[in-house]
Design a protein around this ligand. Structure first.
Ligand code: PMP
Ligand code: GLN
Length: 411
């Protein structure tokens, strides 16, 4: 295979999805719901396919199905506090993964630097490297350890952040709410990033796939709404996350036309267009949410409320076991501190970070799967993640109860 792909062989999802699929293993690893998708979007997909409209089975517009881009423009115009032009300022891709790939491949020249905040959704790094770019990492650092940790305790050091910017910097990726930490960046943090983007002429890739999943009292702020930032931000979203349909693999980028140019070129010359029935169904789903935007039934609001007791219950059980959780402000993942857990890992590959060994041990001995967070750090910073395990809690109460039984019986 091509030289530029060398070094990108290891992938935590490929490895752990296989391990977690062993019989009898309870999977709190990869992030996907094990409950039914909202009935209305499932019905919309059935309707799209069964409607008798023969064109729904054929190619649609390359940069996004007309009905979907219109719905996205209606959803995002108020959120971004400006009219979003559906025809020029939206690009629909194969999942947010596809959006990120098209943006990075479409914007980064060899030698360009891309700032990535750690811990980060792992694909940013290989995407930058295979484009010939140089990832430059800056960690969020926890200000406390032990009991009652919150994702809000993890912060960027302003000086350290600025030290990463230079005239070589092309992009910064800001993921809020963050995966795996659940941190939701506050206004002052986003302002700090925004000021640096303007000072160093950098484009911000705002990965906001968990935009609707913030917990009470926590506000998700779009960096694109900060003064001067619409012109230098590409906001990424995901139907998979928004509607709990991760298998639908539909995502989008919203940005000024000039910023989407590179991504559109990559898209048109790779996948060209996304599946029409899926786009039709997501469009109809969004239309319904727009109509009931102010109602408690709106899925944009109800999902987080459904997740809240799951988050709190899991946090409490982990705390009881001494696996101190970092309670997330958003998203559906929780880090748990494994440093106090007495486990013999001597049989496991000594070249791997501790959390990889621990996660494999936990699958084998406890039949419980999580994800090792050092996968979300660069090779020099793996030790910052290796005392944690990431659990996914967008699961049926029954699934979480079984996981909690395992955790309660641990000792
Ligand atoms: N960004 C983040 C932060 C994610 O957690 C995910 C989940 N896979 C993605 C992007 C990709 O989303 P999608 O499933 O829509 O490709
Ligand atoms: N975003 C999900 C997670 O972090 C899914 C990852 C993936 O599909 N590779 O678990």
């Amino acid at each position: 295979y091509a030289n530029r792909l060398k070094g990108s062989e290891k992938n935590v999802w490929v490895e752990f999805t296989k391990l977690a699929s062993e019989p009898g293993v309870l999977n709190l690893g990869q992030g996907f719901p094990d409950f039914q998708a909202p009935e209305h979007v499932v019905k919309s997909l059935q309707k799209a396919i069964g409607s008798g409209n023969k064109f729904v089975h054929q190619y649609t517009r390359p940069f996004g199905h007309p009905r979907l881009i219109k719905a996205l423009s209606e959803v995002y115009s108020p959120l971004l506090k400006r009219p979003v032009d559906p025809m020029t300022e939206v690009l629909v891709s194969v999942g947010a993964y596809g959006s990120l790939f098209c943006i990075i491949q479409g914007m980064v020249n060899p030698g360009d630097e891309v700032i990535i905040i750690e811990p980060y959704f792992d694909c940013y790094e290989p995407m930058v490297r295979t484009a010939g770019g140089i990832p430059v990492f800056v960690p969020l650092r926890p200000s406390k350890h032990g009991v009652k940790m919150s994702s809000a305790d993890w912060k960027l050091d302003p000086k350290e952040l600025e030290s990463k910017f230079s005239d070589k910097t092309k992009l910064i990726v800001v993921n809020t709410p963050n995966n795996p930490l659940g941190k939701v960046f506050v206004q002052s943090e986003l302002e700090m990033v925004a000021e640096l983007c303007k000072k160093y002429d950098v484009v911000c890739v705002a990965d906001e796939v968990y935009e609707w999943m913030t917990y009470p009292g926590i506000e998700h702020i779009k960096i694109a709404t900060l003064p001067g930032m619409w012109d230098r931000t590409i906001t990424v979203g995901s139907a998979g996350k928004t509607f709990s349909v991760t298998g639908w693999k539909l995502g989008w980028s919203v940005a000024p036309e000039n910023l989407l140019m590179g991504a559109k070129l990559v898209h048109q010359n790779s996948v060209y267009t996304c599946p029409t029935p899926i786009q039709e169904a997501v469009a109809e789903g969004l239309e319904l949410e727009i109509d009931r935007r102010d109602s408690v039934d709106c899925y944009f609001k109800s999902l987080a409320l459904e997740l809240l007791p799951k988050r709190d219950e899991l946090a409490q059980v982990l705390e009881g076991l001494g696996m101190h959780p970092v309670v997330p402000e958003g998203g559906y993942f929780m880090l748990a501190d494994i440093s106090q857990m007495k486990v013999d890992l001597s049989d496991y590959n000594k070249d791997e970070p501790k959390d990889f060994k621990f996660a494999k041990w936990m699958i084998k001995e406890k039949k419980l799967a999580g994800i090792p967070p050092s996968a979300f750090y660069c090779s020099e910073h793996k030790q910052m993640g290796e005392n944690y395990i990431r659990f996914c809690f967008i699961k049926e109460d029954e699934t979480l109860k079984s996981a909690e039984d395992i955790l309660r019986k641990w000792k």
